[in-house]
Design a protein around this ligand. Structure first.
Ligand SMILES: Cc1cc2nc3c(=O)[nH]c(=O)nc-3n(C[C@H](O)[C@H](O)[C@H](O)COP(=O)(O)OP(=O)(O)OC[C@H]3O[C@@H](n4cnc5c(N)ncnc54)[C@H](O)[C@@H]3O)c2cc1C
Length: 400
């Protein structure tokens, strides 16, 4: 007999569990509180830019085996695209200096031995100083494992760990940072290719999973929030939704794929992170210069990563080249509200949040900020002003 598995939450975690379980011949039931699947990793139509955009630029590195395995399982691995070799253009806004970090395509981090390929003004010794991260325990902080200062830190370690942990690196978990370094930098350029869902997060990572699940007979119910669990002898025997309940038989299983807050309110005694950090994503509709790289690392400014996306246009008047958004991302320690003011952008969504297990005792929250229709096309001259602020956004306050 087929085993029933109830999955709470249709974010990427829930969908990934659902696909694996459906492939293992389980009878899968997905229950999602909102009206759409994808959670914090999805696309939506944005009236301000008249484009389909992603709720924040998502970057995967090719060493992320699990994310790639998920994409493969739903047949869209080819939709995660990136350069054949791991090269990252950077600009330092405080000095105007530009450089190319060339990690190559090897399985070994040979690039650290080549002065022309590594971060300018760094020596092999600087990279060796990162070694304690590799075996650091989960409980240790990055700040007590490696020196969080100097050229290598500011030009590579800080932007990389900030993006991966979403917390100011010195206060992030050295254990997690070590895992990032082991799976990417230490595994050579072949594990560091930046991959982006060029056709949009929903097209590549969400909709194909839904189709596959439906084809396998899974039920996916939207607008169905789990509001309580019935427990008997420490086992779930009832799922309570707004309007109805579902009895859980002894052989059935329940997978909770929800963020810390709902998880804590549903599962008595569950310990979850309580501190969160914000991330700000500003989206601009613009015509990118022809030579604009797919991803630009920025140091010495407010913005940290900059990437152009060809987005799905709804407007019949939009030309192909007009259908671009530029995602400028900031995940510094300051509060989302402060970042928002500095980017002079407005908050449009309540659900653009993310958690990454970044702090040993807590996980950050990410909020999405997003600029309005007044964003002007960014030509070459105003592409990245020296302040790191992006021109053309007008401030609007709405909601929280
Ligand atoms: C702006 C931004 C940028 C990011 N950039 C990157 C990146 O570059 N690289 C990267 O790897 N990751 C990135 N992330 C993180 C990534 O998006 C998340 O880690 C991932 O989407 C989390 O998926 P999840 O399924 O665990 O949680 P969620 O996406 O939060 O999904 C949980 C789902 O559960 C539902 N739910 C909650 N409570 C209930 C309930 N009681 N009943 C039923 N359903 C419920 C929610 O509605 C939601 O759909 C980013 C996130 C954001 C917001």
């Amino acid at each position: 007999m087929q085993k029933n598995v109830h999955i709470i939450g249709a974010g990427i975690s829930g969908l990934s569990a659902a696909v694996q379980l459906a492939n293992a011949n389980c009878k899968v039931h997905v229950h999602e509180a909102t009206q759409q699947a994808g959670g914090r990793c999805r696309s939506y139509f944005d009236a301000a830019t008249d484009l389909m955009i992603d709720n924040g630029n998502h970057l995967l590195l090719s060493g992320n085996r699990h994310a790639l395995a998920y994409a493969r399982s739903i047949g869209t691995e080819a939709g995660l695209v990136g350069p054949a070799v791991a090269q990252f253009p950077f600009v330092d806004l405080s000095t105007g200096q530009r450089w190319l970090l060339d990690l190559g395509a090897s399985r070994l981090p040979l690039w650290v031995f080549d002065e022309a390929r590594r971060v300018p003004d760094t020596s092999l010794r600087d990279y060796l100083a990162l070694m304690p991260l590799i075996w650091a325990p989960q409980s240790k902080l990055v700040g007590s494992a490696i020196p969080c200062e100097g050229t290598l830190y500011h030009r590579l370690v800080q932007p990389l760990l900030l993006a991966a942990l979403n917390v100011d690196p010195p206060e992030g978990s050295a254990g997690l940072a070590g895992a990032v370094v082991r799976e990417t930098l230490l595994a050579g350029g072949q594990a560091c290719r930046p991959l982006i869902a060029r056709e949009g997060l929903s097209t590549v990572l969400v909709e194909p999973a839904i189709k596959l699940l439906q084809a396998k007979g899974a039920s996916i119910q939207l607008g169905r929030e789990l509001v309580g669990l019935g427990l008997a002898s420490d086992k779930v025997d009832l799922l309570k939704f707004g309007g109805d309940t579902v009895a859980i038989a002894p052989d059935d299983a329940v997978v909770m794929a929800v963020p810390p807050r709902p998880a804590a309110s549903l599962v008595p005694g569950l310990k979850t992170p309580t501190k969160f950090r914000s991330i700000v994503n500003a989206h601009f509709r613009f015509d990118p210069p022809k030579d604009m790289p797919p991803l630009l690392g920025v140091v010495g400014g407010l913005v940290e990563w900059f990437s152009p996306f060809r987005s799905g246009c709804r407007s019949p008047s939009a030309t192909e080249t007009g259908c671009w958004t530029c995602h400028a991302r900031n995940s510094r320690r300051r509060s989302g509200a402060t970042s928002a003011r500095r980017l002079a952008c407005r908050r449009t969504s309540r659900d653009g949040r993310s958690c990454a297990n970044a702090e040993p005792r807590s996980r950050p929250r990410r909020n999405k900020m997003h600029c309005g229709p007044a964003a002007k096309p960014l030509g070459k001259t105003c592409f990245l002003p020296a302040t790191g602020l992006i021109p053309g956004c007008r401030q609007r306050s709405r909601g929280r």
